[in-house]
Design a protein around this ligand. Structure first.
Ligand code: FE
Ligand code: FE
Length: 421
């Protein structure tokens, strides 16, 4: 007597991230078609989804699936498409499975929407030879239209198409990613262990629940790793800054990050602000003036006479417009990195001082002392640096001094004197 064929369902998908609709669909297929098990098959490198911007890495997608299906004994993770060195095509995967398991009937699960694209898939007839197709019925897809399509494909491709009746949950991975980015809750849409993993690894820009409360000023700065692509910012900057300025920029970024570690500031904000603080520096002065006028960036008289100083304000403007930074703390730190101002935020001070002490600097006096002080006492260091700067500017015979620098000096001098008692 011929042995009974095994019946295995296959849930393919990018799973970026996996959500409850995938799980319910898999479970429904298992029940409705009396399957022995359902394989979850994360797509390795799907041709239509290459370079998924802001998506999870392959490893992360696999780990999310692993966590989501843990605890369901008839769900199983299948990594067949992950090892593929080139594109993974469904027909190839299914044919390989079929060849390796001749005792198994495969049921490939697709959404009703995908069915209307089915003929555009690579080798749809070969997919149908290797597996039966389970079509998840959706409310918004007209039933008659679906029947017609299934019949048409059966005749054309020679396969078997079956309806899979499942609850209509209008959830998509894209929606989940968007909601996370917009800081909307996705609780219960994604299984708890997956959600914890997303938060832990800051996937899709999700903020960790960890908050730093230590540090000067007891500022609460949430860690936001993952929101900015530092490498991309750096690559873009390289097109606008000369070699020396890039070297200085990297020095400021690392120094700012080090100070952020000491004072409990967001490392990412410190790095982004450090990277972008001089992004407008290499624009010719005339053009700086023109750009400020065109974009209604207010200028003081001093700035008009000394347009090099405008690179700070203009830098903040470009950081927002060209580099997609909308974090006001980062933009402020860029704005005030040259002149300083009274009552600066933790990040403002970190960027101002990192700019002054980064390893490539060698002109300022008392650098060894100032460098050490920066890691010990930010306000005292602000005072000392502003004092030296004003002295240097007045001796150097420059065209006056920016008022904001004087105000900043007054502010930090007061703190210095109060402390002295
Ligand atoms: Fe600068
Ligand atoms: Fe600088």
């Amino acid at each position: 007597m011929q042995e009974k064929m095994k019946k295995v369902g296959i849930m393919g998908g990018t799973f970026d991230p996996i959500h409850i609709s995938h799980l319910i669909l898999g479970e429904t297929a298992y029940e409705q078609f009396s399957l022995d098990k359902v394989l979850f098959l994360p797509a390795g490198n799907p041709p239509h989804k290459r370079n998924r911007k802001g998506g999870a890495s392959d490893l992360e997608r696999v780990e999310m699936v692993r966590r989501a299906i843990a605890g369901n004994s008839h769900f199983q993770l299948c990594l067949d498409e992950m090892d593929a060195s080139d594109y993974s095509y469904t027909y190839r995967t299914l044919e390989r499975m079929k060849a390796e398991h001749p005792d198994t009937e495969f049921y490939f699960i697709v959404g009703a929407d995908s069915l209307f694209d089915f003929e555009k898939w690579k080798e749809p007839a070969r997919i149908c030879q290797a597996a039966s197709i389970l079509v998840a019925v959706r409310d918004h897809v007209d039933d008659e239209r679906l029947s017609r399509k299934m019949k048409e494909l059966e005749e054309k491709l020679g396969g078997h198409f079956y309806r899979l009746y499942s609850t209509n949950l209008d959830i998509s991975s894209k929606m989940i990613r968007d909601w996370i980015r917009r800081k909307k809750t996705v609780r219960y849409y994604v299984p708890e262990p997956v959600l914890a993993y997303i938060a832990d690894r800051h996937i899709y820009g999700m903020e960790s629940t960890l908050e730093e409360t230590e540090g000067q000023g007891k500022e609460k700065i949430r860690q936001m790793s993952g929101q900015y692509d530092l490498k991309k910012i750096e690559e873009k900057l390289e097109k606008h800054l000369d070699e020396d300025r890039m070297r200085h920029t990297r020095g400021v970024m690392y120094t700012a990050a080090s100070l952020a570690m000491v004072y409990g500031c967001s490392l990412e904000k410190a790095q982004v602000a450090g990277l972008l603080h001089d992004c407008a520096k290499c624009i010719p002065n005339k053009k700086k003036l023109k750009m400020c006028l065109e974009n209604q960036i207010p200028m003081t008289e001093y700035e008009e006479a000394n347009p090099f100083i405008l690179h700070a304000k203009l830098g903040a403007f470009l950081a927002r417009q060209k580099y997609g930074v909308d974090d006001e703390q980062i933009l402020d730190a860029i704005t005030w990195h040259t002149t300083g101002k009274p009552d600066m935020s933790l990040l403002d001070k970190i960027i101002y001082l990192a700019d002054y002490i980064e390893p490539g600097r060698d002109k300022a006096s008392r650098l060894p002392y100032i460098r050490k002080l920066a890691f010990q006492d930010l306000d005292e260091c602000m005072y000392q640096v502003l004092k030296d700067t004003l002295e240097y500017l007045s001796v150097g015979g420059s065209d006056g001094i920016d008022e904001m620098t004087e105000e900043a000096y007054g502010y930090y001098r007061e703190i210095h004197e109060k402390r002295k008692g």
